[in-house]
Ligand binder design. Structure first.
Ligand SMILES: [Zn+2]
Length: 428
């Protein structure tokens, strides 16, 4: 076996203890072999003055929306989608998605993210980009049936199932898939019910947006006389591997339902703040036993893909939501961005220990804003940023060494993305 040794640093263990240790990785298996002192490998990654931590998980995004970064800000969700985002997305080509996803991959690798969930279109281009970048992802084709006739609606859902079947296990197993209906209000209920059953037959989970705004929750409550997640359950959603984005406007009954079914929630605090969607009751969800992960959502509503920002936002917004400064402490934010994200995506990562996938971020602690070092978990949640990441490793492969990407030409990716974005906006 060829081995990689991340040596000379401190290591964040699953219980959030920090110890001085080396991390030995089997590069063929892509797993951590040993965490201990005085280890050596065929290849060495210098972690002197660094913290070796699990690669961060961005459990809900629309990666290629990097092309729409800054195109329209400061509007509520509904108007923003209908007036600005959807018209441009209607003009998207496969080349746009490829360029936008590669740009997202550069940004993610540079900020220590090693796995993400992506809901978008032209999924073959997304998979290509993920494969080239060396990242891990759960991908899917987003279904919206609003404004479509029955035949076109079913075709869109069928495409999501076809894509999920085709790409599950791609890129040497680094790519997994899901059926991805956009939300409970943008997909026709009959179509949702029928194709959720098809997802079960295909053996893939379902990922959707839910309870993001009151504009989305109220019509369901008015029409059905029940909460959205109870309705989702009736439609066949909320199996243990399913996960939903947002869950901003959720009740204790809905938290109990999520905990009982095992379905996960991806909290996207920056997007929720920017679109004034509301404050998700994250501490209440965690207290109820719900698995909560963090996501940036698309770059157009964030406007970056830095999960360190998301940790800080989650901790701060969680306190406001609970009206309690002890809610969503630093350790909870770190847990959601690592182990919680891995659990929600169904990957064996999010922790640095033997047997787990070697998905790692190595954070450079030699910085004024990370001095002194009373508590490194506090720094991760409140003081560190993505640009502090020195090396990124995914599946045992070094994707960034000393801030230089090894799998993608960052300058070329940025140039291509800028060109595609300009052309896209002109076309739309
Ligand atoms: Zn989203």
């Amino acid at each position: 076996m060829s081995t990689l040794c991340v040596s000379g640093g401190r290591v964040l263990l699953p219980d959030h203890d920090v110890v001085r240790a080396d991390v030995l990785v089997d590069q063929e298996e892509g797993t951590v072999v040993e965490v201990g002192e005085d280890l050596a490998g065929d290849v060495t990654l210098d972690a002197d003055d660094c913290l070796v931590m699990p690669g961060l998980v961005n459990a809900h995004t629309h990666a290629a929306m990097t092309l729409l970064r800054g195109i329209a800000d400061d509007k509520p969700l509904d108007a923003w989608l209908q007036e600005d985002i959807w018209p441009v997305e209607a003009a998207l080509t496969s080349e746009d998605v490829r360029a936008g996803t590669e740009l997202a991959a550069v940004e993610m690798i540079k900020s220590g993210t090693t796995a993400f969930a992506d809901m978008y279109f032209e999924v073959d281009a997304v998979v290509d980009a993920v494969e080239t970048a060396g990242l891990r992802a759960r991908v899917g084709h987003g279904v919206v049936t609003v404004g479509k006739d029955d035949e076109a609606a079913r075709e869109d859902a069928a495409e999501s199932i076809r894509v999920a079947e085709r790409f599950d296990g791609a890129a040497d197993g680094r790519v997994s898939t899901a059926f991805m209906p956009h939300s409970l209000t943008t997909v026709d209920p009959d179509v949702l019910r029928e194709y959720t059953e098809a997802a079960r037959d295909a053996g893939v989970p379902v990922h959707f947006h839910a309870n993001e705004t009151t504009d989305e929750v109220d019509p369901i409550v008015d029409e059905r006389g029940e909460r959205p997640l109870a309705w989702a359950r009736e439609l066949g959603l909320l199996e243990p591997e399913d996960f939903l984005a947002h869950g901003v406007h959720t009740t204790s009954d809905e938290h109990a339902l999520l905990a009982e079914t095992g379905a996960g929630v991806v909290h996207c605090p920056a997007s929720n703040m920017k679109l004034a969607s509301g404050m998700a009751p994250v501490q209440a969800m965690r207290d109820a036993g719900v698995t909560v992960a963090l996501g940036t959502d698309g770059a157009a509503s964030n406007n970056d893909l830095d999960v360190f920002d998301e940790m800080r936002d989650a901790a701060m917004l969680g306190k406001l939501a609970a009206d309690d400064a002890s809610a969503v402490p630093a350790g909870a934010a770190v847990e959601m961005a690592t182990q919680g994200g891995a659990d929600v995506l169904g990957i064996d990562a999010g922790r640095v220990e033997p047997g787990a996938n070697a998905d790692l971020a190595v954070l450079d602690l030699d910085a004024a804003h990370l001095t002194p070092q009373h508590d490194l978990v506090s720094h991760l949640a409140y003081a560190a940023t993505g640009s502090d990441v020195r090396h990124t490793v995914c599946d045992g492969q070094v994707l960034m060494r000393d801030r230089e990407l090894t799998t993608l030409d960052a300058a070329a990716v940025r140039e291509r993305a800028s060109e595609q974005a300009t052309e896209l906006v002109e076309r739309a």
